[in-house]
Design a protein around this ligand. Structure first.
Ligand code: ATP
Ligand code: MG
Length: 269
């Protein structure tokens, strides 16, 4: 059996009275790329934020490297965060700092390394994502794809054991998006980084995933390898995976009354 580096144990998350994740259970295995799929509002980003310890659940727990996230002190949580890297949707670079300074930031904040050592690490990380000659640029001078790469270099700065990506290819053209996917695959293969990727882009998901998990309206629907997902006979899985215009997702949308939608009584997806 592969080792689970993250175990999500019956996680329930509410915002106000609304349950956005309902008793989710899943494992992330050492060295794998796990893709979390689901429609807009299905709870993907919320699940990611729970796994990085940004927010706490109302029910259940998450074990990371065998330790309970809920049971961690602030200090332990800070230590855990140093062992993971996160690439947010926007790349989230600091606009007032050069690319190199953005990548150096976690090293300056969390380590006692000398500046010339930090310089070398920054160059290595930039080389890893193909941005070495852009070290001195400001984020505003970068294209969307380059910002993602720079964000990834920063997420890699501390040599994380796990990398979390939220919609890494959102807003990118298909070629740039495929390049980012290739980078995710390379980091996983060459460095053995365990990766958790949230996306709703199926092409990308099938390129990078070892396993996939499908969420729908806060509920766990299915998990499996790309082949198992492709061969699923579940109509909901098939509609999602193949982007079909007919199926349970569209029927649900049609069936939910406009008045209820307006009043929020019958939330759509
Ligand atoms: N901080 C918050 N306060 C209140 N509600 C929230 C908060 N964050 C998320 N939600 C709600 O929780 C549900 C799940 O949101 P989440 O962002 O996890 O969805 P998602 O699957 O990532 O969607 P998308 O594909 O659009 O990014 C949504 O209905 C959202 O409105
Ligand atoms: Mg999201």
């Amino acid at each position: 059996m592969p080792t689970a580096v993250i175990q999500v144990l019956d996680i329930t998350k509410k915002f106000g009275s609304r349950t956005v994740l309902d008793a989710i259970r899943l494992d992330v295995f050492d060295g794998e790329t796990l893709v979390i799929l689901g429609g807009s509002g299905s709870g993907k980003s919320t699940l990611l934020r729970l796994m990085i310890g940004n927010i706490l659940p109302e029910g259940g727990d998450i074990m990371v490297f065998g330790k309970s996230l809920r049971g961690m002190s602030d200090g332990e949580l800070a230590e855990y965060r140093k062992t993971i890297g996160v690439l947010f949707q926007s790349g989230a670079l600091f606009n007032s700092m050069s690319v190199a300074d953005n990548i150096a930031l976690p090293l300056r904040e969390h380590t006692d390394l000398a500046e010339d050592t930090i310089d070398i690490i920054v160059k290595m990380k930039l080389e890893l994502v193909g941005l070495r000659e852009h070290a001195d640029k400001m984020p505003s001078q970068l294209s969307g794809g380059m910002k993602k790469r720079a964000g990834l270099a920063r997420a890699m700065a501390m040599d994380p054991k796990i990398l979390f990506y939220d919609e890494p290819s959102a807003g990118l053209d298909p070629v740039t998006s495929a390049e980012i996917d290739q980078l995710i695959i390379d980091l996983n293969r060459k460095l053995g980084v365990t990766s958790v990727v949230v996306t709703h882009e199926m092409d990308s998901a099938f390129r990078i995933a070892h396993r996939m998990v499908l969420l729908d309206r806060g509920k766990f629907i299915v998990s499996g390898t790309p082949d198992e997902m492709r061969n699923s006979t579940d109509p909901l899985v098939r509609q999602f995976v193949f982007g079909l215009t007919e199926g349970p997702l569209t029927e649900r949308r049609r069936g939910s009354g406009y008045a209820n939608d307006l009043l929020g009584l019958d939330p759509v997806i």
